[in-house]
Write a protein of this length. Sequence first.
Length: 163
Amino acid sequence: MKLVIADTGPINYLLLIGSIDILPALFQTVILPPAVRNELGHPDSPDMVRNWIAAPPPWLEVHHTRGPNAVAGLGAGETEAITLAVELDADLVLMDDRRGVRAARDKGIEVTGTLGILVLAGKHGILNLAEAFDRLKRTSFRYPPNVMDQFLDSSLDKETERP
């Protein structure tokens, strides 16, 4: 079982597109630091997100960091997620923020974001990647326009390679 720490972005967008249940299917347990829980419950968060974090599912755990922050110059969620990943020797951090991703990778932590999670779920047959991307495009998720198309083309190529 992988030890997975999540930042706000992937949880938020998976909720908004109705695909949050892929997380326990892929990872069994996901850990949030308190700052991420607080960001998800912030009054400016969508109602769906606030309601979900107010009564989180059993596969979601909140863990406090023990020591000083492992990074500086990032938002509270990214900072605590990376700090917790270092403290717990996490296998993976779920994060979309580019600066946060760079900081985590600089510490030797494997990182994937919302798109990577969806691609992984598509490879495991847990969801239809094209439909998930279509729903994601209707949110405020920011991405280079050709990235989703490249992921879709790549996944279709792999499907046609199967015997």
